[in-house]
Design a protein around this ligand. Structure first.
Ligand SMILES: [Zn+2]
Ligand SMILES: [Zn+2]
Length: 385
């Protein structure tokens, strides 16, 4: 036995100082937070696996390839999977400082992920840029941005592949013009019949078949983030989807999905069904002026799924006793968020504008009027705002 056999080597320990390394979005390597050493890791070029929905496990703990802990927020019930030494002082979703170890396991391991490309500092820059154009935003948000209270979280999404086939029934309307008679009474009280040209619609039964392949129908693993915020930071480049390896999540928290694969599939099916109805309408319209889709029966074939993680930085703050969130896309820096306005700032700006207006009027009166007044007024306003 070698004398080093008792040294426990984990693939995440720093070759220089032995500290636990974390994923560095800037270099796409592991980086030591203690001495700054970088180390590349093995990535596989294989695309993530997809699994047959008929054999989907409801929710079982699977190997994450690293030691995991699951913590639960006592307030909003968010569960987050952490690896290595990663810890959370507060909940990234609601801001509560009530994170405790959770009884439940880490759940199904993700199959793929879009790695973080933005560092926390870069995400903060994106946020500052976003704030630049919002001069009336409340100070509560500004303080959080200045303090850099951003947490990098991988958000779970179910994605489904579906080969959908639909039989639809509806009506196709074709416009035609006809002369319709109507009665007019002239000045002498005599009635006579005239005709006017009118457009009418003739309806016929329309039926057809459609088939369409859906590659990535995405359903968020939880509804903890408002849909409009999540949509606001889309899209992610799914072509960059990498196969999951534990190195990518080292140092970041991973939200555990609330929704299991079957519940997610129900939502995805609804999305596909709506899309097929739209396609049916579009198809009728290729040979008609108007379309009514009355029934669409869709069969979903060869349905496959995978769990993927999407990177985002979350900033949570309170405004008027409500929790507000701002999201930064961890891949490209796109920002979406609640930006409540400060009545104080707006009031102050209005006062300034009024003062500027007053000063201008006074000057105008003092000079006995000036043809440049409007020009001056505009210039002063832009200067004060
Ligand atoms: Zn080190
Ligand atoms: Zn929470």
């Amino acid at each position: 036995m070698s004398e080093f056999s008792s040294v426990r080597y984990t693939p995440f320990s720093c070759p220089a100082c032995g500290g636990r390394m974390v994923f560095d979005p800037a270099s796409q390597q592991l980086k030591c937070p203690y001495c700054g050493a970088l180390r590349p890791f093995q990535i596989t070029r294989e695309t993530p696996n997809e699994y047959d929905i008929r054999f989907a496990p409801p929710s079982e703990d699977a190997a994450w390839g690293d030691e995991t802990r699951t913590v639960r927020c006592g307030k909003c019930a968010a569960e987050l999977v952490l690896t290595g030494e990663t810890s959370l002082a507060s909940c990234p979703f609601c801001g509560a400082e009530a994170m405790a170890a959770s009884e439940s396991g880490s759940g199904i391991a993700p199959e793929g992920l879009v790695p973080f490309c933005l560092t926390r500092v870069q995400a903060q820059d994106s946020l500052r840029q976003w704030l630049l154009g919002r001069i009336f935003v409340t100070g509560a948000l500004r303080k959080q941005v200045a303090a850099g209270r951003l947490t990098g979280v991988y958000l779970p999404h179910w994605t489904y592949v579906d080969e959908a086939e639909s039989v639809y029934q509806g009506k196709a309307g074709r416009h035609y013009e006809t002369d319709l008679p109507f009665t007019v009474t002239d000045r002498d009280g005599k009635e006579r019949t005239e005709t006017s040209r009118q457009q009418l619609t003739r309806w016929e039964v329309a039926t057809g078949r459609l088939s369409e392949r859906y590659d990535d129908v995405m359903i968020p693993g939880s509804d903890r983030l408002p849909t409009e915020l999540m949509n606001g930071i889309l899209p992610y480049h799914m072509s960059r989807l990498a196969r999951y390896t534990p190195e990518y999540v080292a140092g970041f928290a991973c939200e555990k999905p609330d929704l299991d694969v079957q519940e997610g599939w129900k939502q995805a099916q609804g999305k596909v069904d709506r899309r097929m109805a739209e396609l049916a309408e579009r198809e009728i319209l290729t040979h008609a002026d108007e379309a009514k889709v009355q029934q669409v029966e869709t069969s979903h074939n060869s349905v496959r799924y995978k769990l993927v993680l999407l990177p985002a930085y979350l900033l949570t703050f309170r405004f008027r006793k409500k929790v507000r969130q701002v999201l930064v896309n961890g891949e490209n820096g796109r920002v979406a968020g609640h930006a409540p306005l400060s009545p104080l700032r707006i009031g102050f700006a209005a006062l300034l504008a009024l003062a500027a207006l007053g000063a201008l009027v006074w000057r105008f009166m003092a000079q006995g009027g000036s043809e440049y007044m409007l020009y001056d007024f505009g210039r002063a306003l832009t200067a004060y705002l």
